[in-house]
Design a protein around this ligand. Structure first.
Ligand SMILES: [Cu+2]
Length: 289
C-alpha cells in the first residue's frame, strides 16, 4: 500500500508545526497574564463584579486552551508521518462523553455565576430616589436631559425637534415642567448616587458605552430602555458610541463627569449654572496640552 516516498517522513514539518503551536500558546498566555492590553481601572462595584466574572471565565478557558494546544502539539509530533501505514481510528467514546459534559458543566456554571451581575443591571429597576437622566443618541451626538429642580421632565414632541434652533430633543418649553429641563452634551453625575438611565435614539441604533463602568447598552429607535448605574470614583470618563452608526460614528463621543454631590447640586440648580460648568469643562479640555 501507499508508503511514504522517501521513507523519511515529514519530521521537520511536524516539528515546525508543533513548535509554532507551543510558541503561539505561550505568547497568548503571556498577553493575558502579563495584562499587556487591559481594561481601564473599574469606576464602580458593578464594573468590579464584571471584571471578576471575566477573570474567572478567562482563567478556566485559559487552562483548557493551554492544555488543548499543548496536547495538539504533542499529537502532531507523536503521530507524524514516518512512512508508516495510516491506521483508522474510531475515536474514544469515553473521552468524547467526558469532554462534552465538562464543556456543558463549565458553560452552565459560568452562566449561573455571571447571572447575578447581569440581572442586577437588566432585571432590577433603579431604586427609589435614583436620579433620572434621559440620554438620546442622534447621528453623531449624545444629548443628556435632566429634569431640573421640579424633578419632572417636560413634554417633548417630534415636530418640535430642531437642533438648529437649539432644541435637538423637541422639548415643549410651553409645558411648565419643561421650563427648568437641562439639555446638555456633557453628562454630569453626583458620586455614589444611583442614576436611572432612560436611553433613546432619534435615528439609527447607537450604543452608549462607558469603559470604566463596564456599561454598554444599545439605543434603539422607537424604544425607551431603562438601566441604572452608579459612579463611585470621581473623574471624567469617555462616553463613546459603540455601534457603527454612520460616517462620523468615530466622532460620537463625549464625557461623563462623576463629581462630588454638592458640586453636582450646584450645577443642576439652574440651566445657566449647568451651561457655565459645561463651558468651563470644555475650555479646560481644550487648554490641556
Ligand atoms: Cu452612534
Amino acid at each position: 500500500m501507499a508508503q511514504n516516498r522517501s521513507g523519511l517522513g515529514s519530521g521537520w514539518v511536524a516539528a515546525a508545526f508543533a513548535l509554532i503551536l507551543i510558541l503561539l500558546t505561550f505568547s497568548t498566555i503571556y498577553i493575558f497574564v502579563g495584562r499587556v492590553w487591559w481594561f481601564p481601572e473599574p469606576a464602580n462595584s458593578f464594573a468590579e463584579a464584571i471584571d471578576k466574572q471575566f477573570g474567572r471565565t478567562l482563567f478556566i478557558t485559559g487552562v483548557v486552551f493551554f492544555f488543548a494546544q499543548l496536547g495538539l502539539a504533542y499529537v502532531i509530533w507523536r503521530y507524524r508521518d514516518r512512512g508508516q501505514r495510516a491506521h483508522y481510528s474510531h475515536g474514544n467514546n469515553v473521552l468524547e462523553v467526558l469532554w462534552t459534559s465538562a464543556t456543558i458543566i463549565l458553560f452552565l456554571g459560568l452562566g449561573i455565576a455571571a447571572e447575578r451581575a447581569w440581572a442586577s443591571l437588566h432585571f432590577q429597576g433603579a431604586s427609589l430616589g435614583a436620579l433620572p437622566v434621559e440620554i438620546t443618541g442622534k447621528q453623531f451626538q449624545w444629548y443628556f436631559r435632566y429634569p431640573g429642580q421640579d424633578g419632572q421632565f417636560g413634554r417633548t414632541a417630534p415636530e418640535l425637534i430642531d437642533a438648529a434652533v437649539g432644541n435637538p430633543l423637541g422639548v415643549d418649553y410651553d409645558d411648565p415642567a419643561a421650563q427648568d429641563d437641562i439639555v446638555s452634551q456633557l453628562m454630569a453625575v453626583p458620586r455614589n448616587q444611583e442614576i436611572e438611565v432612560i436611553l433613546r435614539s432619534q435615528d439609527v441604533t447607537h450604543s452608549f458605552f462607558v469603559r470604566e463602568l463596564r456599561f454598554k447598552q444599545d439605543a434603539v429607535p422607537g424604544m425607551t430602555i431603562r438601566l441604572h448605574f452608579r459612579g463611585e470614583k470621581l473623574g471624567a470618563y469617555d462616553i463613546v458610541c459603540a455601534e457603527l452608526c454612520g460616517q462620523s460614528h468615530y466622532d460620537m463621543n463625549t464625557k461623563l463627569v462623576v463629581m462630588p454631590p454638592d458640586e453636582f447640586n450646584r450645577i443642576v440648580s439652574s440651566q445657566d449654572e449647568y451651561y457655565k460648568w459645561e463651558d468651563e469643562f470644555n475650555t479646560d479640555v481644550e487648554d490641556r496640552p
